[in-house]
Each structure stands twice: as structure tokens, then as C-alpha cells.
Ligand binder design. Structure first.
Ligand SMILES: [Zn+2]
Length: 78
């Protein structure tokens, strides 16, 4: 019965298409991964800190104000 086979194949194709659409929708619903933060290295202690929270001075980056002062004191002595 060729007609029955044709309908059966169409039904299988329809189910596969629906499953594929569901798969795509689920993938789209996943929360986006957070953007990678720029990390900079502290000139004094070599710790990596987010660029947004780093202390910057004379083109160099520091993890906190104390290390910036430490660097300035050290470079001032030389
Ligand atoms: Zn530091």
C-alpha cells in the first residue's frame, strides 16, 4: 500500500521536524554566558585583577591603592 507508506513517512518527517524545532528553542532559552572580563596584572604582586577594579597609574595596573603607593615609593627611590 504505497499511499499508507507515504503518509507514514510524512508523519515521521513531521515529528522529526517538531523535535528539531523543540531542540532549537531549548538551546535558545539557555541563559547567555557572561562576557569575559578583561584581567590586568598587578605590577607589585603579579595578582590578576579585573580591569574595572584595578588601580591605574602611569600606564601600569595595581590590585589596590597600597600597591600603587608602594610602586611609586620604590620607583622614587631609584
Ligand atoms: Zn598587588
Amino acid at each position: 500500500m504505497p499511499l499508507f507508506r507515504l503518509i507514514f513517512l510524512l508523519l515521521i518527517g513531521f515529528i522529526a521536524w517538531k523535535a528539531y524545532r523543540l531542540f532549537l528553542t531549548r538551546g535558545a532559552r539557555q541563559p547567555p554566558t557572561p562576557p569575559l572580563q578583561d584581567m590586568v596584572r598587578c605590577t607589585v604582586c603579579d595578582i590578576h585583577v579585573p580591569a574595572a577594579s584595578a588601580v591605574r597609574c602611569e600606564g601600569k595596573s595595581f590590585c589596590n591603592e597600597a600597591h600603587r603607593r608602594e610602586f611609586l615609593a620604590r620607583s622614587g627611590m631609584e
